[in-house]
Every structure is written in structure tokens, then in C-alpha cells.
Design a protein around this ligand. Structure first.
Ligand code: COA
Length: 260
């Protein structure tokens, strides 16, 4: 179905609550070409439309790289017009991941450089293996990041640390990424996917509607909107939903909620 990614349900019969998108260019350290990024966008949009899974995991094929950046061989001869198209169309996909109503977890299994680091940052949660390495080395190539790296890195780890990484092109290892809050959990490489799958499975008992609203409200902090007002409206609207009725009724009846 896709040329550059794999997309598999956690249950071979398709009934699992987790969908795993694997960047499938291991011989190129999963470098992100333009088509690949669009394929991720199409798949995330499809999953959001179908709403049959409770979480999406994005990872890289193999044990060496999540993604070692945008595909340098593809853009090396681009001019300004092509670069703008690459950055805006690719960037739109990264934003669509950030705005996915289904949580997206980056399972970071090695190099996450340049566009690879940017892709992890467009996900809602980052869980990394001990060999993960994060960095924005674009200045070595004579460009700034083009898939939101300057914005999201500063949002996640703070402006000072982000500036330091962006200006120097220095990479940080998994422990430093944990210390900086760029990742929230560090595990052995063999435990990475099982940990991410368990993370999503724990969401089964929680309201999908409320999770989607949490994502929208939290993202509102970084958009040109009044985030507190956005939260008030979101909170109020949720009172009219079946998820709210089910969640509160289940609590009062001392049973587990059953969200469809
Ligand atoms: N774009 C295109 N191809 C890439 C790539 C990228 N970002 N990163 C790695 N590759 C390719 C290499 O060209 C090589 O292909 P080849 O076997 O056909 O020559 C293959 O992946 C393996 O990479 P290699 O450099 O041989 O592996 P390594 O273990 O020696 O080094 C890195 C690993 C990550 C340090 C090195 O590949 C690298 O610096 N990559 C570029 C990182 C970068 O600048 N990313 C930001 C891009 S905007």
C-alpha cells in the first residue's frame, strides 16, 4: 500500500487498539523523503477518520535509527521554490500529527536527527531506547530546520537549551533527553515497542473524547488563541457527551467506565 512505511495493527486480525507505523528505509537510516512524509500524513489521517485504534506508534525499522533526518540526497539540488514546497507540505503533515485526536507516541529507537527529531517532536509523547540520539544538525548543512524544529524544540525543552542545540548542532543522548523532558521514558531497545503498546493499552479505560480535547486544549497554548477560554469551552461542551455521562455514572455506580 505504501512505498516507504509499514502500517500494522497490534493484533494481526486488525482488532488491536494500537497501530504501528514503521519508517521502512533501514538501509538509509530511515531518512525521510518527501513521499514518505506524505505517506505518514495519509495514514494518520486515515486512522483519525476511522477511529478504530486508541493510539498510534511511530518508529523506525531496525535498531539503529528512528530517522537520521530529511533525505539529503533528495533536496541537495533544490532551489528556494522547491524548498518552500518541501517545508510547507511536509510541515503540514507534522502539524497534522500534532493535531491528531488519537495520541501519537514516538518510539525512538536510535538516531533522531534533523527531520527525525522534528518528527518525534510532532508526536504527543516520546519514549526512547537507551541508544537514542537527538539533534538538529541542519546548520552543518547550511540550513535551519524546516519541519518545525526551531519552534517545537523550544516549546518542549525551553528556549535556552533549544538555542544551544540548534546553534551548535550538538546531539544529546537518551539520558540527557530524559533530563531535558524531551522524552518521558527510557527503556532497553528490546522493551521499546512493548512499552509503547502497553502505554496505549492503558488508555482503553479513558474517554477518547476527553483525550482528544486534552490534546486540542494543550496545543492551544502554542496557537494564536486564548487557551484558557478554549479550555472553558471544551470543558463545557464535554458535559453534553455520552463519554461524560458514562464516566461520571460509572464512578457513582462504582464500576469501570465503558467507552465505545
Ligand atoms: N539523508 C540521506 N541519506 C542518509 C541520511 C540522510 N539524512 N542519513 C543517513 N543516510 C544514508 C547514508 O548516505 C548511507 O547511505 P549509503 O549506504 O547509500 O551510502 C546510509 O544512510 C548509512 O549512513 P552512514 O552515514 O553510512 O552511517 P553511519 O553510521 O556512518 O553514520 C550518521 C550515521 C547518522 C552519523 C550519518 O548517517 C549522518 O550524519 N547522517 C545525516 C544526519 C543529518 O545531517 N541529518 C539532518 C538532515 S536535514
Amino acid at each position: 500500500m505504501y512505498n516507504n512505511i509499514l502500517s500494522e495493527n497490534s493484533n494481526p486480525d486488525g482488532s488491536g487498539v494500537v497501530q504501528i507505523i514503521t519508517i521502512n528505509r533501514e538501509d538509509k537510516l530511515n531518512a525521510l523523503n518527501i513521499e514518505l512524509i506524505q505517506e505518514i500524513g495519509i495514514e494518520v489521517a486515515r486512522l483519525n477518520k476511522e477511529k478504530s485504534v486508541r493510539g498510534i506508534i511511530i518508529t523506525g525499522k531496525g535498531t539503529k535509527a528512528f530517522a537520521a533526518g530529511a533525505d539529503i540526497s533528495e533536496f541537495a539540488n533544490f532551489g528556494e521554490t522547491e524548498a518552500k514546497e518541501m517545508s510547507s507540505k511536509g510541515g503540514a503533515v507534522f502539524t497534522s500529527i500534532e493535531e491528531s485526536e488519537i495520541p501519537v507516541i514516538a518510539a525512538v529507537n536510535g538516531y533522531a536527527l534533523g527531520g527525525g527529531c522534528e518528527l518525534t517532536m510532532s508526536c504527543h509523547v516520546r519514549i526512547a531506547s537507551e541508544n537514542a540520539l537527538f539533534g538538529q544538525p541542519e546548520v552543518n548543512l547550511g540550513v535551519p530546520p524546516g519541519y518545525g524544529g526551531t519552534q517545537r524544540l523550544a516549546q518542549i525543552i525551553g528556549k535556552g537549551r533549544a538555542m544551544d542545540m540548534l546553534i551548535t548542532a550538538k546531539s544529546i543522548n537518551a539520558e540527557t533527553a530524559l533530563d531535558f523532558g524531551l522524552v518521558t521514558q527510557l527503556v532497553a531497545i528490546e522493551d521499546l515497542l512493548p512499552t509503547c503498546i502497553k502505554y496505549v493499552e492503558k488508555l482503553i479505560g479513558k474517554s477518547p473524547m476527553a483525550i482528544a480535547e486534552v490534546i486540542k486544549c494543550t496545543n492551544a497554548l502554542y496557537k494564536n488563541v486564548d487557551g484558557l477560554q478554549y479550555e472553558i469551552d471544551s470543558f463545557a461542551k464535554s458535559f453534553e457527551t455520552t463519554d461524560f455521562k458514562e464516566g461520571t455514572t460509572a464512578f457513582l455506580e462504582k464500576r469501570k467506565p465503558n467507552y465505545s
